[in-house]
Design a protein around this ligand. Structure first.
Ligand SMILES: [Zn+2]
Length: 71
């Protein structure tokens, strides 16, 4: 089951939640109950940053493939 990260559009509170599918309705903010928007997962953000910042660690496969958009 995928883990998604959400951020509250009202108070900015960020949290992660397991969702059964990508199209599932966004959960309400656990802090204030307002609507949330889906974020890129923390894992995906880390992979993207590692690729462009330290190419020696990634072996260059990410940048050479163009999947991260930094080439
Ligand atoms: Zn909130």
């Amino acid at each position: 089951m995928p883990l998604y990260e959400y951020r509250c559009v009202s108070c900015g509170h960020q949290f992660e939640k397991l969702m059964s599918s990508f199209s599932a309705k966004n959960p309400e903010c656990p802090t204030c109950g307002e609507a949330t928007e889906k974020q890129l997962s923390a894992f995906a953000a880390k992979v993207e940053g590692a690729c462009c910042g330290t190419p020696s660690d990634s072996g260059g496969s990410c940048c050479s493939g163009g999947s991260c958009g930094c080439s």
